[in-house]
Design a protein around this ligand. Structure first.
Ligand SMILES: C[S@@+](CC[C@H](N)C(=O)[O-])C[C@H]1O[C@@H](n2cnc3c(N)ncnc32)[C@H](O)[C@@H]1O
Length: 173
């Protein structure tokens, strides 16, 4: 159900432009644990995470949302958006490099039931594979626009409409 909501939100909101990539350490150390968590790896201005938060808030859900972003201004913008959001106690905005070991250890592996969402290019996706494949088998990985090369056997859903494409993977498939 949550995955469907996520996919629908992504179809409804328009994607944003981005430019600056930098390697940074995790600046946000506060972190809480709940049952289902959706992590947006490279959340930008929070287009997806906040649209999702609107829906989950209306449905009175307890899902935790985590927006991970390396760019300081985008991170700051999301912190402001978070403060103004009625669902804010369920949203965490983390400034981190999605490729750092520290990030996976301190943030991602702390969650029990996980949905990873990403909209990044295939080079980054390939680089992330070694981290993603260590996650619990029931983890769902949802990629907007690009497919993971070599993961065809783990693909459970492919949805393509005009310029949009969504791929869902499960490690236990
Ligand atoms: C195409 S945007 C995706 C925005 C949003 N997730 C969406 O679906 O609309 C990709 C984002 O990844 C961020 N990013 C790039 N490298 C990163 C890294 N190493 N760690 C964390 N975020 C990164 C960029 O700053 C950019 O905001």
């Amino acid at each position: 159900m949550i995955v469907e909501t996520l996919i629908n939100e992504k179809y409804q909101v328009s994607s944003i432009k981005y430019s600056v990539y930098k390697k940074e350490k995790i600046h946000n150390t506060k972190y809480s644990i709940r049952n289902t968590t959706i992590i947006d790896l490279g959340a930008g201005t929070g287009t997806v995470i906040f649209a999702l938060a609107d829906t989950l808030y209306k449905k009175n859900k307890q899902t935790k949302l985590v927006a991970v972003e390396i760019h300081p201004l985008l991170y700051f913008l999301m912190q402001v958006r978070r403060l103004l959001h009625p669902y804010k106690q369920h949203i965490e905005v983390v400034r981190a490099d999605m490729f750092s070991q520290d990030f996976w250890k301190k943030i991602v592996h702390q969650n029990k039931e996980l949905i990873i969402y990403l909209y990044i290019g295939t080079t980054y996706m390939n680089k992330l594979k070694k981290h993603l494949s260590k996650l619990a088998p029931k983890t769902r990985i949802i990629s907007y626009m690009y497919a993971f090369l070599g993961w065809e056997n783990m693909l459970v859903l492919k949805k393509v409409a005009s310029q949009h494409a969504i791929y869902e993977y499960r490690l236990d498939k």
